[in-house]
Design a protein around this ligand. Structure first.
Ligand code: SF4
Ligand code: SF4
Length: 408
């Protein structure tokens, strides 16, 4: 695609990156076939190719409008289009640049602005979010249905083994997960402990930065990344830890991107690249320890078959981190029979804060997805699996809770 970026952005780092991405796009449109919003609305401007054109126009000097912003707002940032694109167009990075410019030109007003500011203040603070979640659980019967569906019961975290192994990893606690699913990191710590790895959770780390970064406070998101790097750096620099484990795959995408986020910060660029290279999804760690895991399962006399489940990988894992088939392999090795999930490449409709910002759109996006035709309790990795929670209620568990069962 030919580009003629406008003077205001051409010679900036963002302009150069956008130009490089835009020039890779050959307009083939393959990406539209896997875009949930294009499939729902059938409007070219609600698909990746159309959004790429919109961003290109803005970066070439056409003033952005509220309509431009609407089409970009409707994008789930699921990055299914990246997995489909034969030319390697990094849509997610281009969308970050385009959205930032559109926000600058068409600032939000009124309730929309206030709500986004509230989310930016509340969600990244685990203390504030935990207090809000506690209140939500108390008054859940009185909440509107959409909000009540976002307030899950939290199983107790359980025992966290003390550090006793020479092999150590760091876990990111994050902002939302400690109050929504405190059991996930603790269960991971127990499973890793059985594998001879101690997991530590430095308290000074917090939100990965994705919330503020994707709510167009990119500087705030970078500050979150710097705070986490500072919290982890003493252990990394001393060589005491071999990986940074991020059990929420959306946060994993962000931490793996720290090198890119902070590439222009001379004080943090090197550290950020090192942190990004050490970030792992639990599936990657467990796959690397497969032989030891099999040994443990055999010693425990684990049955060959423990039942059927259907697993839906979050977009942040399959499209963002490009980790595909690994969780399925681990579940299979643990004795589960996986049943097919139709349209498994499509987003569940949660997409972080999207389900709060586009509430009327999400049920439709989510309803588009077929469910598990082979039967078996569903497992999903997206903490906010909007539609799946509606369909399956308490039968739905994050796959990472299955770690807890393996532990028991
Ligand atoms: S990120 Fe997802 S919703 Fe957005 S354009 Fe790509 S496929 Fe469509
Ligand atoms: S598939 Fe890739 S190259 Fe083709 S239109 Fe979509 S983004 Fe452009």
């Amino acid at each position: 695609m030919q580009t003629h970026l406008a003077d205001f952005i051409r010679e900036t780092p963002e302009g150069r990156e956008a130009e490089e991405i835009l020039r890779k796009c050959v307009h083939c449109g393959f990406c539209t076939a896997t875009c949930p919003t294009y499939q729902l609305l059938g409007d070219e401007l609600d698909g990746p190719r159309g959004r790429i054109y919109l961003i290109k126009q803005v970066l070439e000097g056409t003033p952005a409008t509220e309509k431009t912003r609407l089409h970009l707002d409707r994008c789930l940032t699921c990055r299914a289009c990246e997995s489909t694109c034969p030319s390697g167009v990094e849509y997610g990075r281009l969308a970050d640049i385009g959205r930032h410019e559109v926000e600058r030109q068409v600032p939000r007003r009124g309730a929309d602005r206030l709500f986004r500011e509230a989310l930016k203040g509340l969600v990244p603070s685990s203390g504030l979010f935990g207090a809000a979640m506690g209140m939500g659980r108390l008054f859940k019967p009185l909440l509107p249905r959409m909000l009540a569906g976002k307030v899950p019961d939290a199983p107790p975290a359980g025992h966290w083994p003390p550090p006793r192994h020479a092999r150590r990893m760091i876990a990111l606690a994050g902002c939302v997960q400690p109050s929504m699913r405190p059991s996930i990191n603790a269960a991971t710590a127990r499973v890793l402990d059985a594998l001879g790895i101690s997991l530590m959770e430095p308290a000074a780390a917090g939100c990965c930065g994705a919330v503020r970064f994707h709510l167009h406070d990119q500087d705030g998101g970078r500050d979150d990344a710097r705070r986490n790097i500072d919290a982890w750096w003493p252990d990394i620099a001393s060589g005491h830890v071999e990986a940074i484990l991020v059990t929420a795959s959306g946060c994993g995408v962000q931490v793996k991107d720290y090198g890119h986020m902070l590439r222009d910060d001379p004080a943090y660029a090197g550290k950020a690249a090192r942190v990004a290279s050490m970030a792992r999804d639990p599936a990657e760690v467990l796959a690397a320890e497969a032989a030891a895991l099999q040994d443990i399962l055999a010693r425990c006399g684990a049955p060959r078959s423990v039942g059927k489940i259907a697993f839906h990988a979050p977009c942040s894992l399959q499209h963002g981190q490009k980790v595909r088939g690994v969780v399925e392999g681990i579940l299979g090795a643990a004795g589960y029979t996986l049943t097919p999930v139709a349209d498994a490449h499509l987003c569940c409709g949660s997409a972080g804060t999207y389900s709060l910002l586009q509430p009327s759109f999400v049920p439709a996006a989510a309803g588009q997805q077929a469910v598990c035709p082979g039967g078996g309790p569903p497992r999903a990795d997206c903490l906010g699996q909007h539609r799946l929670h509606r369909a399956f209620g308490s039968r739905l568990e994050p796959t990472r809770s299955t770690l807890d069962r393996a532990d028991r």
